[in-house]
Design a protein around this ligand. Structure first.
Ligand SMILES: Nc1ncnc2c1ncn2[C@@H]1O[C@H](COP(=O)(O)OP(=O)(O)OP(=O)(O)O)[C@@H](O)[C@H]1O
Ligand SMILES: [Mg+2]
Length: 238
């Protein structure tokens, strides 16, 4: 007897969505396997952010189905399994709290009243601070950091629950070459060592060159596969 195949980390099946009457995402089908790194590219306004907000269940599809780890995105409850850094999340960076505290807020969902901050949480916190190169600045206020460090703190916050899917929307905007290199290295580790699936939205191909298994272009709300580095591409339905 063969075991059932693992569900995809994220799957869009013929998804259509519009904010008004005009569709912004059109019949999009895409299957992101666990452990896979998929880059989403496309011009401004093509629908990339809308697509990932649909993928995270933050918007509901007009037609079609979105699933996270085999569960309909609208009823998916295991939020810790998904880390998300929204595009231009800089609002959070004006908070007058330290880097360590910001990263710890990522655990809020797991630390509801009555749940303790355990050794496992602490170890994970240390791990992500190290991974994102933030250990030395953990006591500094977020407002005192550079844009690139702030961005890494927001990514560390998204990683602190130990997610199996990480969604990054334009993570390198306003980030210099050195900080981009640190981010790149961390992402490589996450994919190759921790086996996390990553969806990486970007206009900057250098950020994902050599890491992305697939590059998918969003073109006026439709998906077009640009590059199939890894096997088993499934854009446009197999
Ligand atoms: N909240 C909203 N209400 C109405 N229309 C919206 C909303 N958000 C986005 N849109 C429209 O949907 C379309 C797709 O926007 P989206 O933000 O998904 O594009 P994008 O590919 O992420 O662009 P960028 O590269 O600039 O981030 C655009 O025409 C945009 O104006
Ligand atoms: Mg966007």
């Amino acid at each position: 007897m063969t075991a059932a195949p693992a569900p995809a980390a994220l799957e869009f099946d013929q998804v259509t969505f519009g904010y008004g009457r005009l569709p912004v995402v059109r019949e999009a089908s895409l299957r992101i396997r666990q452990g896979e790194f998929v880059a989403l590219v496309g011009p401004n306004g093509s629908g990339k952010t809308t697509l990932i907000r649909l993928g995270l269940g933050l918007l509901g599809a007009t037609h079609g189905v979105v699933q996270l780890f085999g569960t309909d995105a609208s009823s998916f409850r295991e939020r810790w399994r998904v880390g998300y850094v929204p595009q231009r999340a800089s609002g959070a960076t004006s908070l007058p709290i330290s880097v360590g505290e910001v990263v710890r807020t990522g655990l809020a969902g797991q630390l509801r009243p009555g749940r303790r901050f355990t050794r496992r949480h602490r170890e994970r916190l240390e791990h992500v601070l190290d991974l994102m190169g933030l250990a030395a600045v953990r006591r500094r206020r977020l407002t005192e950091l550079s844009g690139g460090q702030q961005q890494r703190a927001l990514i560390a916050r998204a990683l602190v629950t130990g997610p199996r899917l990480l969604v990054l929307d334009e993570p390198t905007t306003g980030v210099d070459a050195e900080a981009r290199a640190v981010l790149r290295e961390s992402l490589e580790h996450l994919v190759t060592v921790e086996g996390i699936a990553v969806v990486y939205v970007s206009h900057d191909p250098e950020g994902f060159a050599g890491i992305a298994g697939r590059v998918v272009e969003v073109c006026a709300g439709r998906l077009v596969q640009v590059d199939a580095g890894a096997p088993a591409p499934s854009v446009g339905r197999p």
